[in-house]
Design a protein around this ligand. Structure first.
Ligand SMILES: [Zn+2]
Length: 246
């Protein structure tokens, strides 16, 4: 099998979400995007926005990456160049430095971890999720009203309690034997790779998740519920914001 037919990418961000850059080799670069042999760029998925950043050549030239998405096959990651980027310089085999926009990603990580706290505070199935640098929102499949102030206080408490956040891998067979681990109705854990990544907020939440998270809830910082919406008869939407930018 040639590299072109099997553009699998080593997903460094799954083992260490704090990696801001890595050396990587270009596999394919064309109008459809750029595939690397390894990357720190998180591809849009599980509600979390894809990373932006640059691919830096040895001579200092930079190819701006405007978004990152999953490819057609499991494990395939596509770096989407900015409209004005010249990808013709990215010949297969070329070594580049892949560097994400860390400030933006760290906000994704803080919000993403906060959504796990929200799942613990609101024990209903999740049927929608969006995590960006400016807000996070979760849709809960439920009919009961929600108290904005009480949820903000719950989040503030869980952040202040400084719970450790860690991941581990379980087999798909183990997951099938424990279906209660799947909290989300719309976002199923990625399948087909043999193992599933489980995120644990120590003593608070445990569920399959492939996203990026901070290492401790204290790192989330002040987070508040900015809005609660009745999206449909059976859906309550909770929107989070950072207190410092509210
Ligand atoms: Zn997560």
């Amino acid at each position: 099998m040639t590299m072109h037919e099997d553009p699998m990418t080593d997903e460094l961000f799954r083992q260490d979400a704090t990696l801001q850059h890595c050396e990587a080799r270009v596999l394919v670069a064309d109008a459809d995007g750029i595939r690397l042999d390894r990357t720190v760029f998180y591809p849009h998925g599980g509600g979390q926005a894809g990373d932006t950043g640059v691919l830096r050549l040895a001579d200092g030239r930079e190819i701006r990456i405007a978004d990152t998405k999953k490819g057609a096959t499991p494990g395939e990651i596509v770096h989407l160049p900015a409209a004005d980027a010249d990808v013709s310089v990215l010949t297969p085999g070329l070594v580049v430095t892949a560097q994400i926009d860390w400030q933006r990603r760290h906000r994704h990580m803080r919000f993403h971890t906060a959504t796990h706290l929200l799942c613990a505070l609101i024990p209903h199935p999740v049927d929608g999720c969006s995590i960006t640098a400016d807000y996070a929102r979760l849709d809960f499949h439920m009919t009961e009203p929600l108290d904005k102030q009480a949820i903000t206080e719950g989040l503030t408490r869980l952040v202040a309690e400084a719970h450790a956040v860690r991941h581990r891998w379980i087999t798909e067979a183990e997951l099938d034997a424990n279906p209660h681990l799947v909290r989300s109705m719309s976002v199923q854990p990625p399948r087909g790779l043999g193992t599933v990544r489980v995120m644990e907020v120590d003593g608070v939440d445990l569920q399959p998740c492939g996203g990026t998270h901070v290492a401790n809830t204290a790192e989330i910082g002040p987070v508040i519920v900015t809005k609660i919406e009745k999206k449909s008869a059976k859906t309550r939407r909770v929107v989070l914001g950072f207190a410092e930018s509210a």
